[in-house]
Ligand binder design. Sequence first.
Ligand SMILES: *Cc1c(COP(=O)(O)O)cnc(C)c1O
Length: 352
Amino acid sequence: MSRFLSSRLQGLEAYTPGEQPKDMQYIKLNTNESPFSPSQLVLERINEEETKKLNLYPDPTAATLKSKLACRYCVEAENIFVSNGSDEILNFSFMAFCDSERPVSYPNISYGFYSVYAELYGLNVIEHPLKPDFKIDPTDYHNSKGMVVIANPNAPTGLLLSLEDIKGILDTNRDNVILIDEAYIDFGGISCVELTNEYDNLLVVRTYSKSRSLAGARLGFAIGSAELISDLERIKYSTNPYNINRLSLVCGEAAIDSDEYYTDCCKKVMSAREYTMSELKVRGFEMTDSYANFIFVKHEHTGGEALYLKLKERGILVRHFSNKLIADYNRITIGTKEQMTALISAVDEILK
Ligand SMILES: *Cc1c(COP(=O)(O)O)cnc(C)c1O
């Protein structure tokens, strides 16, 4: 830390991304990326012609991408905000919709970035504990004060709230922004995007990083009322008008034109998830009922950290969290069937 850092930031605990060690080739099951490459169309569209235009700024309005997304999700372009990864939308939302009078509420176990943004902006936080089975109690969020942020499915538990649960939260918070982070919704959950027509307090946040194989392109989007979207645009034009680079815009457009490919990828992930869950259950693992591209597992004979280290020795990376409440667990990304078979073999060696 330099002596110049603002006193406001000196205690800030930054987000820790999943490790990316370079010492050997790992099977990477620790950051919930897709194991599949982007669609053929995406690969073809980022060609020499597009690359040659990198001397020019990208379209700050992202008009083509927005109109494709609007069409895909049955809303108007004015209901769409696009961003440099969905983390940027989370950042902008904490900046835009919270202040000293408006705190933020989220579950005590959820995506680690929420607490980082809350601290960055010096917000008051109301953390609601999950139930002992790791489920969210939706009534905890009824009649909240300030913004509510819920990942659905939640991370790292993979558990899903129903549309009815979300409606209940929306109905009892007409004057609060309800941000539903649907990073993992394409792996078997039911999206609440359609509720944005009815509720002007709902902001649904999505990412291209998981189900659309574009984590490296950094693309996210939000769907909500035109008013909420214009607030996010105001922040964007006050920080970084060209937040999405040219090639990522092209990737994002082509990915929407490749829906069939990605639907198929999601099906493969879900099928590998069912396979992995049943194989691990046979071996004595306990786990939550995941609706995401990861599973959250523990075994009574190996601690969470021990299993993480033993898998790493065998070239398989999974995610272990030091948080005491979940220290017995590991979050394992679902890769290809072959990768999951390798995981099962490694587990067999470890448990022997
Ligand atoms: C991965 C993830 C994000 C961030 O995704 P990017 O679009 O890559 O920034 C947001 N929320 C949750 C819950 C995630 O797991």
